[in-house]
Design a protein around this ligand. Structure first.
Ligand code: AP5
Ligand code: ZN
Length: 217
């Protein structure tokens, strides 16, 4: 399976992608998680990306394409395929991805858009808690951890993302509309686009995702 999850901040990409990974034995490439990892490690890229991410902007296409290329070439878990979460976010990123896949004689199966009214995203984003090293995601209200502020698996502390505030969210939504909107059109033209209602519960969204991957409808 080679698929892409597209959706605005808080649509549920990071919630659903690990289910796809586990069910279809593919790798989950989450560019936001990879960047946050660089920020934590204070690498030169991390130092640069931190400011951009906190402001809700986009890291450069060249850097992001390089990260994906490295994953496709070197991540052994990607042998059976992949689910991309957070990439491509611009048309040039989508074009570069096409070129990389063509070179590898591989093809995308589907591009799934998690469609949701932006009204609903504020509470999802401001209530989100994450476990930084695994990328596991919780929500204070909608998906609380077993113990307050600790990860269910490791018991390590959960944190709030530094871009999960109303101001940065507003910028991220505008960027999604302006830069990622055209990516949706790009995949519609290629006949790969499948919209899914992302306002449903995580279990219902997952059911509908599975239908796309098994029936292609
Ligand atoms: P990234 O990490 O990709 O952030 P994002 O796109 O803003 O998406 P989110 O992670 O906020 O949302 P999600 O859809 O994963 O939601 P989640 O499942 O967690 O990118 C961050 C930044 O990195 C970017 O702003 C940019 O600066 C940079 N970047 C990354 N990729 C880049 C690229 N390709 N090019 C350039 N720059 C790039 O769910 C949210 C919350 O809601 C959770 O608490 C969850 O528990 C809850 N929830 C999920 N589903 C449901 C449901 N069905 N019902 C109720 N609650 C739910
Ligand atoms: Zn995410």
């Amino acid at each position: 399976l080679r698929t892409i999850l597209i959706g605005p901040p808080g649509a549920g990409k990071g919630t659903q992608a690990p289910r796809i990974r586990d069910q279809f034995c593919v790798c989950h490439i989450a560019t936001g998680d990879m960047l946050r990892d660089q920020v934590t490690k204070k690498t030169p890229l991390g130092v640069e990306a931190k400011k951009i991410m906190e402001a809700g902007g986009l890291v450069s296409d060249d850097i992001m394409v390089g990260m994906i290329k490295d994953q496709l070439e070197n991540n052994k878990d990607c042998k059976n395929g992949f689910v991309l979460d957070g990439f491509p976010r611009t048309v040039p990123q989508a074009e570069k991805l096409d070129a990389m896949l063509a070179y590898r004689h591989e093809k995308l199966d589907s591009v799934v858009q998690l469609v949701i009214d932006s009204q609903l995203l504020i509470s999802r984003i401001t209530g989100r808690l994450i476990h930084p090293s695994s990328g596991r995601t919780y929500h204070r209200e909608f998906n609380p951890p077993k113990n307050p502020m600790t990860d269910d698996v490791t018991g390590e502390p959960l944190i709030q993302r530094s871009d999960d505030n109303v101001e940065a969210l507003r910028k991220r939504l505008t960027v999604f509309q302006n830069s990622t909107g055209p990516v949706v059109e790009y995949y519609k033209r290629k006949g790969l686009w499948h919209p899914i209602d992302a306002a449903q519960s995580p279990a219902v969204v997952w059911d509908n995702l599975r239908k796309v991957f098994t029936n292609g409808s």
